[in-house]
Design a protein. Structure first.
Length: 248
């Protein structure tokens, strides 16, 4: 396992209570980072923070609500002083249905959490990262954002938009030492599967040449490098981790 030096760095991980977010938090903590876990499920976030030990903070936040994100950021600055790293893993999948039948309000909710939520948390840290001339942002997109999954138009389109947002911000911040990248994972077995039909889960598996789902530690390994000081040149990038499904 590669280890990266995060001593002296403060990291915010949204959706850090479970899944990819939790796995990333564990890797960053292993490297010496001070962590703030932002999550809607404050009880689970607090449990994860306790598991990580040290001075890890758990902050309740709804990323789709700009005022909630501002409050979470203000609390993090008050408690920890700065933000050097942002990993945005908060997101939902939604149910599966063709476009013609998709519930309009559910589509809106998915876009608000996955896209507007990503915008909110990127926006809230951008100015301070520029001012301190250092930052690492990693947004969790999806291979669905590259290819589009049938029956998952809301999720696919929201994650495609996350890729576009990442590219834009990466270019905007390229004149300072702030790297903004995203990853496009294939499906991993997390609680997000609870939102999907079994048919859709098997469809996703059938598209992965590795013939298995992504392991959380595999995602965390790639993301940890993107969060490190060693990632000093790449920004606005899209890093595939889809088991061979997407080759571009």
């Amino acid at each position: 396992m590669n280890n990266y030096d995060f001593n002296g760095r403060v990291a915010v991980v949204t959706g850090g209570a479970q899944g990819i977010g939790k796995a990333v938090a564990e890797r960053l903590k292993q490297g010496g980072a001070t962590l703030s876990l932002w999550d809607m499920d404050i009880d689970l976030a607090a449990s994860t923070a306790s598991h990580l030990n040290g001075d890890t903070k758990a902050v309740e936040v709804n990323v789709a609500d700009w005022s909630s994100v501002q409050a979470a950021y203000a609390r993090t600055i008050r408690d920890l002083g700065r933000v050097d790293i942002l990993v945005n893993a908060a997101g939902i999948a939604g149910s599966n249905a063709p476009v013609a039948d998709y519930n309009v309000e559910e589509f809106r909710q998915i876009v608000e959490i996955n896209l507007l939520g990503t915008f909110h948390v990127n926006k809230v840290v951008a100015a301070s990262m520029r001012a301190q001339n250092y930052g690492r942002i990693v947004n969790i997109a999806s291979v669905a954002g590259k290819e589009g999954n049938p029956g998952a138009s809301a999720y696919s389109s929201s994650k495609a938009a996350v890729i576009g947002l990442t590219k834009s911000l990466g270019k905007e911040m390229a004149d300072v030492d702030v790297a903004v990248n995203c990853v496009t994972p294939a499906a991993a077995r997390t609680r997000i599967f609870d939102q999907m039909s079994e048919e859709h889960i098997q469809y996703m598996l059938s598209k992965i040449p590795r013939a298995r789902f992504l392991e959380l530690d595999e995602a965390a390994s790639m993301i940890a490098w993107l969060c490190s000081q060693e990632n000093s040149f790449t920004t606005g990038g899209v890093f595939d981790i889809s088991g061979g499904r997407a080759t571009y």
